[in-house]
Structure formats: C-alpha cells, structure tokens
Design a protein around this ligand. Structure first.
Ligand SMILES: Nc1ncnc2c1ncn2[C@@H]1O[C@H](COP(=O)(O)OP(=O)(O)OP(=O)(O)O)[C@@H](O)[C@H]1O
Ligand SMILES: [Mg+2]
Length: 274
C-alpha cells in the first residue's frame, strides 16, 4: 500500500479551520452582475460548518462564480466575505488579492484546467509548495532543507496518485486535472473549494482524491466545498448540501433533505434522478 500524505507529510496546514460546527466563511449581501445581469445574489450564506459540503445546481446557476467570489478571483458587485479562524479571529477577504486569500488557507481547484506545459509535474508541485511560503520564497527556494523536505512531501503524493511520468509534463486532460487538485492539497488548505473534481478524472483517481479529502476533513485539518454534477458523489460524501438556481441558494440541508425537496426535482433533476 502506498504512503498516505496525511501521515507522512510534515507540511502544516496554512491555518487551522474554524472549530467544528462554526462557519469558516460567511457571505453577506454578495452579488455579482455582468452587463446588467445578476448571476449571483446571496443575502447570507455560511460555509464550512459541516466538514464536507456540496454545492449543486444546473449549468449556469452561478456555482463557479460563487466560489470565485469567495477566493476573490472575481470581485463582487456588492457584499462581503468574512473568514473565521480557529483562534476566533475574523478577516474580511473582500478586497484581498487572490494570492493573499490562498495564503490564508482558502484555495480553489479549477473547473477548466490551465496550461501546465512549461513545467514538469514535479516542478509544478514544488512551485506550489514554494508559492505557499511566498514571503520567504527567495531565501527558501535555494535552501537545501526546504528542497529536501519538499521533495519528500512530493514523493508521498507521487506514491499515492498515479502520474505516468512525474519528470515529464502532465499529458492528458485527466493528468492536468489531477495535478491541479494535488497542487491545491499540497498547499494544506484550511478551506478547499473543489470545482467539479471528477470531471475528466478516471474513477480510480477520483476515489484517491476523495479518500484524502475525507481523511483530512475527518482529522479536522480542513473544511471542503465541492461542486459536482455527479450527485451520487454529493449524496455519499457531503454532510450538508447547498442548492443553487439562477444565482440564488434556494435550498440547503442534509443530502436526504435536499434529495427529498421538490424544488430540486423541478429545477434540476427530473424526478427519475432523485
Ligand atoms: N466573466 C463573465 N462574463 C459574463 N458572464 C459570465 C462570466 N462568468 C460567468 N458568467 C455567466 O454567469 C452565469 C453563471 O456562470 P457559472 O460559471 O458561475 O455557472 P455554474 O453554475 O458554475 O455552471 P456550470 O455547472 O455549467 O459550470 C452564467 O450564465 C455565465 O454565462
Ligand atoms: Mg461551473
């Protein structure tokens, strides 16, 4: 059996998640308008109370945009996002750079994979580790101790996840997707946002990703929000589900509660899928 990064990876989480049962993030009056059209309209939303949470809804509902509003990849038209730390401290993410948000431990995977062609898989992973310590980046990057520690950490991930050639470039769409998620996990986020993690990923790799996500969450190291159209994964994995339609969170609750609600069938599924 391959090594488990949770046990052998000495890199600490960027910040501990909030105490169990407390929200990690609170959104207040968050809206996003594009050309006069409102694509997100969320008066109040708490995320991170329940370990692994799901965000579902039809195409174009505003799910990805909502995640980008949290990570500040997209600036809101109105509203604020507040991060609650384990020590009781509160920081307003609104107005921060996306890099600063990531350094606070709030990290998002990409639904659409960007170009990885200039770096090998191993280099991409090393860069993720170095970037997570940006403030000490230049002094650390050359340091032998940092390199040794990073290489050991990267090896545990490479043992666990199936890359064809770690010293080559990510080849297939599936490898790029996996590398994107692994880079997020390497950052040891306290709040991880996964945007359609299974799309394009072979089932075996999806299972390994979800296993590590469950381990980290169960250990209290992070909270997770997952966007997925594979609803079986949502029902099986999430303790709480937010359902979005037309920019609004119209329903939330346990998987059983959300599955049983007529709104879901009407706006998204067709009753045969529920
Ligand atoms: N940069 C943009 N400019 C204009 N409109 C945008 C932009 N980004 C998103 N939109 C629109 O906002 C709406 C919500 O898009 P978003 O990508 O958040 O949906 P989604 O729920 O993630 O959908 P999917 O399940 O298909 O990924 C869509 O109508 C989309 O066309
Ligand atoms: Mg999307």
């Amino acid at each position: 059996m391959s090594a488990a990064p949770t046990r052998t990876d000495s890199t600490p989480p960027a910040a501990l998640p909030a105490r169990t049962g407390e929200p990690v993030l609170t959104l207040t009056d968050v809206t996003k308008r594009y050309g006069g059209r409102t694509v997100v309209d969320v008066p109040r939303l708490e995320l991170g109370r329940h370990g692994i949470e799901g965000l579902i809804g039809p195409n174009g509902a505003g799910k990805t945009t909502l995640m980008k509003l949290v990570t500040q990849a997209v600036a809101p038209t109105t509203g604020t996002v507040v991060h609650h730390a384990a020590d009781g401290g509160e920081r307003r993410l609104s107005g921060m750079s996306a890099d600063a948000v990531a350094r606070m431990g709030v990290v998002k995977s990409n639904q659409v994979i960007q170009d990885f062609d200039s770096l090998t898989i191993r280099e991409s992973m090393l860069l993720a580790l170095a970037a997570s310590r940006r403030e000490r980046f230049f002094s650390l990057f050359g340091e032998r101790a940092f390199r040794r520690e990073s290489e050991a950490t990267i090896d545990t991930y490479l043992e666990r996840f199936g890359f064809a050639d770690p010293d080559g470039h990510a080849g297939s769409a599936g490898e790029k997707k996996l590398l994107d998620i692994v880079r997020c996990l390497l950052l040891r986020p306290s709040f991880l946002l996964l945007d359609e993690p299974t799309a394009g990923l072979p089932q075996a790799e999806t299972d390994k990703v979800m296993e590590l996500v469950r381990e980290r969450t169960a250990a209290g190291e992070m909270s997770v929000l997952i966007i997925e159209h594979d609803l079986d994964l949502i029902w099986d994995t999430c303790a709480h589900v937010h359902f979005m339609a037309e920019g609004q969170v119209v329903l939330q609750g346990t998987p059983a509660e959300v599955r049983a609600d007529a709104t879901l069938a009407e706006k998204y599924l067709g009753t045969s899928h529920v």
